[in-house]
Ligand binder design. Structure first.
Ligand SMILES: C[S@@+](CC[C@H](N)C(=O)[O-])C[C@H]1O[C@@H](n2cnc3c(N)ncnc32)[C@H](O)[C@@H]1O
Length: 265
């Protein structure tokens, strides 16, 4: 099978979004927001970039704690969902309120449909994060564009926090050619192949629900932690710390996740 390098631009709609909504509990979102607030080290009221933001689960949580958040994502469905949560209810009087007016108190929230490879703007944000295992979607040159865009968009000294389960030290130690997970009413079967010459994992996801089956293809680029560090440094970041969990455990061979705390130089 040949999986195009931009698979991620067409993967996130319908059942794959339903799976994500069901897989992440409200508690996980709260725990991740607690972690982000500790490591971003910027005052409430600061402007944060959530990229990719999905349906804005973390944007809303951080906005409820007083941050101004801009969420960017390429999925029309997720961005529409996030924006619909911003819209005032039909019976709340009028349709002329701005989106920000109906955001949680003391905060501002906005959502942008866009590609993480093409982040624009300079020295706008006081912090940024890439969560939800979204750091392995991009091939090397696209990763350079992404990290360069985030670096430019951050103010000097601002922090960028990355969460990923796809660092080599995590993904390859747990590699399985086939696995199944029942997530509420969706049975997900994952069939994987490791392409050693490209350091990629090609995956077929089969979603089964209500007697219907749908297959989608994905490709994850596997970077070692040292490569991630070098890519960040080349883009203009200093890597401050690495953790293996939201509880600040050390990142080790076999850790499920890698959290990178970087600072825009
Ligand atoms: C697994 S979800 C995670 C979403 C969010 N970070 C979270 O933690 O809930 C991955 C997201 O990446 C988005 N995505 C994939 N490729 C993208 C791209 N090139 N630019 C912007 N968003 C992208 C998808 O639309 C999807 O919402």
């Amino acid at each position: 099978m040949t999986i195009p390098s931009n698979w991620h631009e067409n993967f996130f709609h319908g059942v794959s979004l339903d799976l994500w909504r069901k897989a992440i509990s409200p508690k996980q979102t709260k725990d991740e927001a607690d972690f982000l607030i500790k490591v971003l080290q910027c005052d409430a009221g600061s402007h944060l970039l959530d990229v990719p933001c999905g349906n804005g689960r973390l944007s809303f949580e951080l906005a409820s704690r007083g941050y101004h958040v801009t969420g960017m994502d390429i999925s029309k469905e997720f961005i529409q969902e996030a924006m619909s949560r911003l819209s005032p209810p039909a019976d709340a009087g009028g349709t002329d309120k701005t989106l920000a007016n109906s955001a949680p108190a003391n905060s501002e929230l906005e959502f942008v449909l866009g590609n993480m490879r093409k982040i624009t703007g300079e020295a706008i944000y006081g912090g940024a994060y890439c969560f939800g295992n979204s750091f392995g979607f991009l091939a090397y040159s696209d990763m350079e564009s992404f990290l360069g865009g985030v670096a430019r968009a951050l103010k000097p000294g601002a922090r960028f926090v990355v969460e990923t389960g796809m660092a080599a030290e995590s993904a390859l130690t747990k590699f399985e050619t086939e696995a199944s997970h029942q997530i509420e009413d969706i049975l997900l079967t994952i069939k994987e192949q490791y392409l050693a010459e490209e350091s990629c994992i090609d995956t077929e996801y089969v979603f089964e629900r209500n007697g219907q089956s749908e297959s989608r293809l994905a490709k994850h680029w596997i970077y070692t932690t040292a490569e991630i560090r070098r890519m960040l440094e080349r883009a203009g970041f200093e890597v401050l710390s690495l953790y293996g969990s939201l509880k600040f455990e050390p990142f080790l061979l076999g850790s499920d996740e890698l959290f990178v705390i970087a600072r825009r130089v």
